[in-house]
Design a protein. Structure first.
Length: 575
C-alpha cells in the first residue's frame, strides 16, 4: 500500500490534471486553456448568425383597444383598453372599496356617453390631441414592459391603422412612437388588406363592424377600390341595450317606463343613468340577432325547446301547464339590477335581440327617413356591391368577410346574408329604385311572359322548319372550336367561385399582419425615424399610385440639401 508521502511525490499527468501548470519546471506565460472555452451547446448563448433585432413587433390601434404581439404568432400577446380604470395612478384602490359601483351611477348625456373609454374619434372638433398622445404612450409602454418584455429601441414596428383617418391623428401616433420609444422604423398596414390575407383571398368585401362606425371596403387584387361607411355600429347597439336595461329597472322600482320623474319623454331620452361597463357586459353576453322573417333561423336554445315541446302531449284538464309550456318559447332571463346589484330584474330573452334590430338593421324606421351616413348594414352592403364594376362585383359578393367586435353577435352574419339575398332576388342589380321603377319592372315581366312561347309550341317549332322562332327564344348554337379552346384554357386550373352570395371567415387583421411580417413582405409605407423627425408627414411624396417595386437608387437616407430621391417615402393609401 502506497504511503501518503509517496502519493504526493508522484509526477502529475498533464492529461488528468491540465490546470496544475505551476508544478512544471518551466511554466509558460499565464493564459486560458482552449479546452475550457468549449461549453456545452445546451447552456451556450445563441449563435452569432441569429439576429433578434430583425423580429418586428405588431401594434393594432383601434378606437377603444390596442393589441400588441410578435410576428409569426396567431394572436396578440395583449389587448389593452383606454377606459378610466386603466388610466388610474399607481396606488389608487378606490375601485375595491365597498359601495364604489353604486356610487358611480350618475346620469350622462347621450352625446358624450362612453367617450372616456375611447382613444380617439374621427371628428377632431373638441378633441384634446395631448390626451390622445398620453394614452398611446401609456398603452405602448405597458405593452413593452409588462407583456412583450423587450427593449423598443432596436425593434421595428408594424402599425395597423385605418387607411382613412385624419393626418393629425396619424402624425400623433407616429410622433409618439418615434420620440418616446426610439423606434428605428415603422411600417403602416391597412386592416382590410390584412383581413383579406388572413382569409386566404385576393379579393373580398370587408364589413368591419367597429365601435363608432361600420366600414365597408371592397378589396380587388389586394387593392382598396371602394369604401363606404355608416354610423350604425356597436356604440349604437350598446346604447340601445342601456335604454332597455333602464326601462326594466324603472319597472322594477314600480314606475312605468317613460313616466318616472318630472321630465318629458324627449328630455329623458337624452340622459342615461347606466354606465358603459354595465351595458357592454350585458351586450357581450346576451345580445343576439333573430333570423329574417319567413326563414327558419332562430336562437339555438329557443329552437331546441320548441322542438321538445312539439313531442310533449298536454292534457286538457291542466291549463296552467299549457300556459307554462307556452311561455317557455320566450324564457325570462334574470340579471343583476344596474341600480342595485343585490337585486335582480327579469327580461324576456327575445328583448335582447331588439337593440341589434333597431341599431344595425333599422327595423323600426323607413328608408326615406334615413340619411346617407346612417344606412342599415344590409342596404349599405348592397349599395357597395352595386357601385363596383361587374367583374369586381362578381368576385367580391362571393367573399364577404365580417370582422370587428360586432361580428361576434350570434345570428348577425346569417341575417345580413339573407337580407342581401332577398334584395338581390327582388331588385337584381338595377341602380334605379322607387315606385316608378317597380312599376316598370312589373310591366316588363308581363310583356316577357306574354311573348314567351309554351314548351309544347316551342318543341313543335323546332321540328317544323317552316315555323319561325324569335331570336330571343332561339337556343344558342354550340361552337365546338370555342368549347375546345375554353377547355384547353381551363385545364389544370381551379374554377373561381363568383356570382353567388357567400360569406368567408377570417382570422382578423392582426393575424394577417403577423403572416405578412413573418414572410418578410415589405409594405408600401415604410417610414424611417430620422426622416420623420426632420420633415414629418410633409416629407412624404404624395404619389397617386404607390408601387411596391424597389427602384434603383431609392434608399432610406436623407440628403443634405433636402428630401431627394433617397429620402423620399410615400404615404400610400393614407395620403
Amino acid at each position: 500500500m502506497a504511503t501518503a508521502a509517496g502519493y504526493f511525490d508522484r509526477k502529475p499527468s498533464s492529461s488528468v490534471r491540465p490546470g496544475l501548470s505551476h508544478l512544471q519546471p518551466n511554466p509558460p506565460s499565464p493564459h486560458t486553456p482552449q479546452q475550457q472555452r468549449r461549453v456545452s451547446s445546451t447552456f451556450s448563448s445563441p449563435s452569432v448568425s441569429y439576429r433578434s433585432e430583425d423580429e418586428a413587433v405588431i401594434f393594432e390601434f383601434g378606437t377603444r383597444h390596442v393589441s400588441a404581439g410578435f410576428t409569426g404568432e396567431s394572436y396578440p400577446r395583449c389587448k389593452l383598453g383606454f377606459g378610466p380604470e386603466e388610466s388610474r395612478r399607481v396606488g389608487d384602490y378606490r375601485r375595491w372599496l365597498p359601495g364604489y359601483d353604486e356610487g358611480q351611477r350618475k346620469k350622462q348625456r347621450v352625446e358624450s356617453w362612453g367617450e372616456d373609454h375611447e382613444l380617439w374619434q374621427m371628428d377632431l372638433r373638441g378633441m384634446d390631441i395631448g390626451i390622445v398622445e398620453d394614452k398611446i404612450e401609456r398603452a405602448v409602454r405597458e405593452a413593452f414592459t409588462k407583456y412583450l418584455l423587450l427593449d423598443s429601441k432596436s425593434r421595428r414596428l408594424l402599425v395597423i391603422l385605418p387607411s382613412v383617418m385624419p393626418h393629425q391623428l396619424l402624425s400623433t401616433v407616429l410622433a409618439t412612437l418615434f420620440s418616446n420609444f426610439q423606434t428605428p422604423s415603422i411600417t403602416l398596414l391597412s386592416p382590410p388588406i390584412l383581413s383579406t390575407v388572413a382569409a386566404g383571398c385576393r379579393s373580398s368585401l370587408i364589413v368591419d363592424i367597429g365601435w363608432r362606425e361600420t366600414t365597408l371596403t371592397a378589396v380587388y387584387d389586394y387593392r382598396e377600390v371602394y369604401q363606404a361607411r355608416t354610423t350604425r355600429a356597436m356604440r349604437m347597439v350598446t346604447l340601445e341595450m342601456a335604454r332597455l336595461l333602464e326601462s326594466y329597472d324603472t319597472q322594477k322600482k314600480g314606475d312605468k317606463p317613460g313616466t318616472a320623474g318630472d321630465k318629458s319623454e324627449d328630455q329623458r331620452s337624452d340622459v342615461l343613468s347606466i354606465n358603459l361597463d354595465q351595458a357592454e357586459q350585458v351586450t357581450t353576453r346576451m345580445a343576439w340577432c333573430q333570423g329574417r322573417q319567413g326563414s327558419s333561423d332562430a336562437p339555438p336554445d329557443t329552437r331546441d325547446i320548441s322542438g321538445q315541446l312539439g313531442q310533449v302531449s298536454i292534457a286538457e284538464d291542466k291549463p296552467s301547464d299549457q300556459s307554462r309550456n307556452a311561455n317557455t318559447d320566450d324564457p325570462s332571463i334574470s340579471i343583476p339590477s344596474p341600480s342595485s346589484p343585490r337585486q335582480c330584474i327579469s327580461i324576456p330573452f327575445s328583448q335582447f335581440a331588439q337593440p341589434v334590430e333597431t341599431s344595425l338593421l333599422a327595423a323600426t324606421k323607413q328608408r326615406y327617413d334615413l340619411d346617407d351616413h346612417e344606412q342599415p348594414l344590409h342596404i349599405l352592403i348592397y349599395k357597395t356591391l352595386l357601385s363596383l364594376p361587374p367583374d369586381g362585383r362578381a368576385v367580391c359578393m362571393s367573399r364577404i368577410i365580417f370582422t370587428g367586435g360586432g361580428s361576434n353577435i350570434p345570428g348577425l352574419k346569417p341575417r345580413l346574408l339573407d337580407e342581401l339575398s332577398a334584395i338581390v332576388k327582388e331588385r337584381g342589380w338595377d341602380p334605379v329604385e322607387g315606385k316608378a321603377a317597380d312599376e316598370r319592372r312589373r310591366r316588363l315581366k308581363e310583356i316577357s311572359s306574354n311573348r314567351q312561347l309554351p314548351r309544347s309550341t316551342h318543341e313543335e317549332a323546332l321540328k317544323d322548319p317552316s315555323n319561325t322562332i324569335p331570336a330571343a327564344l332561339a337556343p344558342q348554337v354550340p361552337d365546338p372550336i370555342e368549347d375546345k379552346l375554353r377547355r384547353e384554357q381551363n385545364k389544370g386550373s381551379k374554377d373561381t367561385i363568383s356570382g353567388i352570395i357567400r360569406g368567408v371567415k377570417t382570422l382578423g387583421a392582426w393575424a394577417g399582419g403577423s403572416l405578412l411580417a413573418n414572410l418578410r413582405i415589405k409594405g408600401v409605407v415604410n417610414i424611417e425615424r430620422d426622416s420623420f423627425l426632420q420633415y414629418g408627414l410633409t416629407g412624404a411624396r404624395r404619389d397617386a399610385e404607390a408601387s411596391t417595386v424597389q427602384q434603383k437608387g431609392l434608399g432610406t437616407g436623407v440628403g443634405r440639401g433636402g428630401m431627394g430621391e433617397r429620402g423620399g417615402w410615400t404615404l400610400g393609401a393614407w395620403a
